[in-house]
Design a protein around this ligand. Structure first.
Ligand code: SF4
Ligand code: SF4
Length: 107
């Protein structure tokens, strides 16, 4: 499922030449629009790699869980730590669970 950007959290990377999510997307799908907010230019071309989601320093992007797995209210949000990533999973009833993993940079 394509990323969902929270316009209240997204600040367009404050005029950075290339936003973090834009830089991270291997398909060149993310861009900052004239409204100063990030958008995905072609939802159907997104292959759910979550690179943009993890790259956002403001946690403004969340990944929708595919309909077959969690219906439209379920979502995943990563919280990037220095040596770890914590995934917050919200199910269709609003229940939250977190899963913390060491990332590849950890020693
Ligand atoms: S990385 Fe986050 S804050 Fe920056 S433009 Fe993308 S969604 Fe907005
Ligand atoms: S999930 Fe991956 S392919 Fe989809 S918009 Fe984000 S970075 Fe691009």
């Amino acid at each position: 499922m394509p990323p969902r950007i929270d316009p209240k959290k997204c600040n367009g990377c404050e005029g950075r030449e290339e936003s973090h999510c834009e830089e991270a997307c291997p398909g060149n799908l993310m861009y900052v629009g004239e409204d100063g907010k990030s958008h995905c230019r072609s939802l159907r071309d997104c292959w759910d790699c979550m690179s943009c989601t993890k790259a956002c320093p403001r946690n403004a992007i969340e990944t929708r869980v595919p309909y077959q797995l969690g219906y439209h209210l379920a979502r995943l949000t990563p919280l990037m730590g220095k040596n770890s990533i914590t995934w917050k999973c919200v199910d269709i009833h609003g229940n939250e669970e977190t899963f913390k993993y060491r990332n590849r940079m950890d020693k």
